[in-house]
Design a protein around this ligand. Structure first.
Ligand SMILES: Cc1cc2nc3c(=O)[nH]c(=O)nc-3n(C[C@H](O)[C@H](O)[C@H](O)COP(=O)(O)OP(=O)(O)OC[C@H]3O[C@@H](n4cnc5c(N)ncnc54)[C@H](O)[C@@H]3O)c2cc1C
Length: 525
């Protein structure tokens, strides 16, 4: 992973000429606020933990699994939001952990937590490091130091229960490797967020992730049937049956808890069979409103595609649903509908049967079929957009995303509120939106905003973010559909929960983590 950007540097791309012209003429993008610094110029504070404390950590995990090198510390600094990247490009390593610790078992995680609680060392559980909400930038004040607890060594597929369609995995398993291991058993999770290449299964659970095929496979929290968690106060093992009436479901307290209550050390996950057939196609609607109405009918009456995504007029025009062919967009609003499943069989389950059924609904609602070419282009470029962000930052454009969700009846107001907030807070930005996660009762809205960097680009974005968060709260949306809370959404989350809700979180925190070492400053106001 590139320390100051996204992913594999070999996959970095040049911006197409059309986009450069658009950035210059429409948005006034001239040049970056400041060129990116070299790796050697990143400013790091000296390691705050004295040798005796580092030695105590090494006693638990072995010397080779306690890292204090520049590369390790910089590689575990913050996550991958645009402000995170801008800070790294500016050489700001102030949130770097003092050490990176790599435990090799649940027992080692538990022992580390006990040790860190006794020594007042803050602990940041670290999966793929792809958080975009400041979920890895723990507060260090009041602590002897900060360690990143990297789960990379806990990366096994532990067991497969093919009869129940349940697998047990370790949290540090990255998504592509998980799919490779499961494929050998003819199984898949079907979880493909845009951060797929780097994010881990533990991170998906800790941040309640949602993938591009959520219409067919569900959100990640739908897949979690059981969890093992190490906390400073002891272990929790949750989920002994598919459903239970034995009181409140404590799994839900841990899902989305972003490492503040404990470290997830094992997950039991529902899996599906690898689909025999996959087909993705495009449809055009006259407007975002018409397209959204069609998605609502599919979500409420079926048949539901596996992938369902609607771009608004601006996103369709730019061609963002097809990052490989960006700039070659079209008019109207593009829908990508994908069908995965058995090649033959009853129309309610087979890929082609559902395609025919959903196609009839889309046509009845005013959609015009565009064939499989847009669907294939989407599939081909589905993980490419984050690389585009690096190219945009390099030429002086800030690009960032904002996401929320609401009930169908509230969606038009939410859409307008977010757009207006962004347009008001930034100087002539490009604001694009898509719907890519639908439910019977509502949907998510995912906005991408591009603007010329003016002054300090981090401050510029933070002002816009404040305005847009207030607009989301006022318009009745949730502050996050799938990115989570982290540091960035903490205040808005508190507004969503109310004071009693916040007190419940604090009470749980003080029971499980009385010394407050786990991810201080994250999630809980
Ligand atoms: C380019 C890009 C695209 C993205 N696209 C999507 C998308 O399509 N859908 C989506 O849902 N999200 C997306 N994200 C956000 C991010 O990938 C998700 O939040 C993901 O779930 C994080 O996984 P991770 O393994 O990287 O976790 P990390 O970023 O390492 O950690 C996330 C949070 O969980 C905590 N944590 C991690 N592992 C554990 C554990 N084992 N136990 C307890 N706490 C833990 C961390 O302390 C942190 O607070 C995207 C991010 C980027 C940068």
């Amino acid at each position: 992973m590139l320390w100051s950007g996204w992913g594999d540097p070999a996959k970095a791309r040049e911006l197409p000429q059309q986009i450069r012209a658009l950035l210059h003429d429409l948005l006034g993008v001239r040049e970056p606020a400041a060129p990116a610094v070299s790796f050697e110029s990143v400013r790091l504070a000296p390691v705050a933990l004295p040798p005796a404390r580092l030695a105590a950590l090494a006693e638990v995990v072995g010397h080779e699994h306690v890292l204090t090198s520049r590369a390790a510390r910089i590689g575990h600094t913050r996550g991958k939001s645009t402000p995170d990247l801008l800070r790294m490009r500016a050489g700001d390593g102030s949130d770097a952990p003092d050490a990176v610790v790599l435990p090799g078992s649940h027992d080692e995680v538990a022992a580390l937590l006990r040790l860190c609680a006794a020594e007042r060392i803050a602990v940041v559980p670290f999966g793929g490091g792809t958080s975009v909400v400041g979920g890895l930038a723990a507060a260090r004040s009041g602590f002897a130091g900060v360690v990143a607890l990297d789960l990379a060594r806990l990366d096994r597929l532990v067991s497969v229960d093919a009869e129940s369609m349940v697998v047990t995995v370790e949290p540090g398993l990255r998504a592509p490797e998980a799919e490779r291991l499961l494929e050998r058993h003819g199984l898949t999770l079907g979880h493909f967020p845009q951060s797929f290449e780097y994010a881990t299964l533990g991170g998906f659970a800790a941040a309640r992730s949602s993938g591009q095929a959520s219409a067919g496979y569900g959100r990640f929290d739908d897949m979690v049937v059981g969890l093992t968690v190490a906390t400073p106060s002891g272990d929790l093992s949750l989920g002994r049956a598919p459903k239970s009436a034995a009181g409140p479901d404590l799994r839900q307290l841990l899902l989305g808890s972003e490492g503040v209550f404990g470290v997830i050390t094992a997950l039991r996950l529902r899996v599906r069979r690898v689909p025999e057939r996959r087909v993705y196609e495009g449809w055009r609607f006259g407007s975002f409103q018409e397209g959204a109405a069609a998605l609502r009918v599919l979500a409420q009456e079926g048949p539901l595609p596996t992938v369902l995504r609607l771009s608004d007029e601006t996103e369709t025009m730019i061609g963002l649903a097809r990052p490989d062919a960006i700039g070659g967009g079209d008019s109207g609003c593009l829908v990508i509908a994908g069908y995965e499943g058995p090649a033959a069989g009853p129309p309610e389950t087979s890929a082609e049967g559902r395609r025919a059924g959903a196609g009839a609904v889309l046509a009845r609602m005013g959609g015009v079929p565009l064939g499989t070419e847009p669907g294939q282009a989407w599939e081909h470029g589905r993980f490419a957009a984050p690389y585009l962000r690096d190219s945009l930052l390099a030429v002086g454009a800030t690009v960032e995303t904002v996401e929320t969700a609401g009930f169908w009846s509230a969606l038009p107001r939410l859409y307008d509120a977010v757009r207006l907030a962004l347009l008001g807070a930034l100087e002539s930005p490009l604001v694009m939106c898509h719907v890519s996660h639908v439910y019977e009762t509502g949907a998510s809205l995912y906005f991408t905003v591009v603007t010329a960097q003016k002054g300090d680009p981090v401050e510029q974005w933070e002002r816009a973010k404040e305005a847009v968060s207030a607009a989301i709260v006022a318009a009745g949306g949730t502050i996050s559909h799938h990115h989570g809370v982290g540091r960035d959404h903490r205040e808005a989350y508190a507004a969503e929960l109310g004071p009693v809700g916040v007190d419940i979180l604090r009470a749980v925190k003080s029971r499980l983590d009385p010394a407050g070492i786990l991810n201080p400053g994250i999630l809980i106001p």
